[in-house]
Design a protein around this ligand. Sequence first.
Ligand code: KIV
Length: 255
Amino acid sequence: MPTVREIQRATGDEPVTMLTAYDAPTAAIVDDAGIDVVLVGDSVGNAMLGYDSTLPVTLDQVASHTGAVARAVDDALVVADMPFLSYGTSEATSIENAGRLVKEAGANAVKLESGPHTVDLTERLVELGIPVMAHLGLTPQRVNQVGGYTQQGTTEDAAAEIRDLAEQHEAAGAFSLVLEHVPDEVAASVTEALDIPVIGIGAGSETDGQVLVVTDVLGLSESVPPFAEAFGDMRSEMEEAVAAYRDAVEDGSFP
Ligand code: KIV
């Protein structure tokens, strides 16, 4: 399995591959395909639980999905996303919640949607032995503050702030950084500035790796963000299989 240390050093020729998974069968397929990092994202809210944002997702839900993924994965690094307000309200609660995802659910590391408020917390979690993946650029838990899922870092000041926060999180001990929906040149300059790997989503091709949401990749999502790509058409395959079953029962050919 790639360890946190191996991922941390993965800034060379071979891009880091990362994909979300939320359940055991999908996680096993992702792992068998040789994906380096499986993220149990809070995108489970939109992708699996029928919410229209990640905000309602609870720690119990992430813990439950992380447990399913961790039980199915043999090789990949399993990273659990800390859901909205499960961190940042108080240090003790943040540590307990991150600890639960590692101790009870079996995650190897946690991801925090980062900002000025997560620098000290990142340092503290790392000090306690909980590896942290940072996340900057578009941070969907701030949708109400930002007013949508728009590209971030589009002004010089905003890009400089992202770069500065990225460096602060690296210094605080984060082993990698997800950079979401920023201009390609901003992602390239953050990647250049950091020694830890930058894993992009909607951030161009100059990062050290890529991450996408598995239901988008499989062609199962009802709508896909402009920067994602479907590499399959699972929705049609599932529709066909369900319709074939219905027809077989109705016409008596099954059982
Ligand atoms: O929740 C998630 O799936 C994520 C990825 C899109 C990086 O944060």
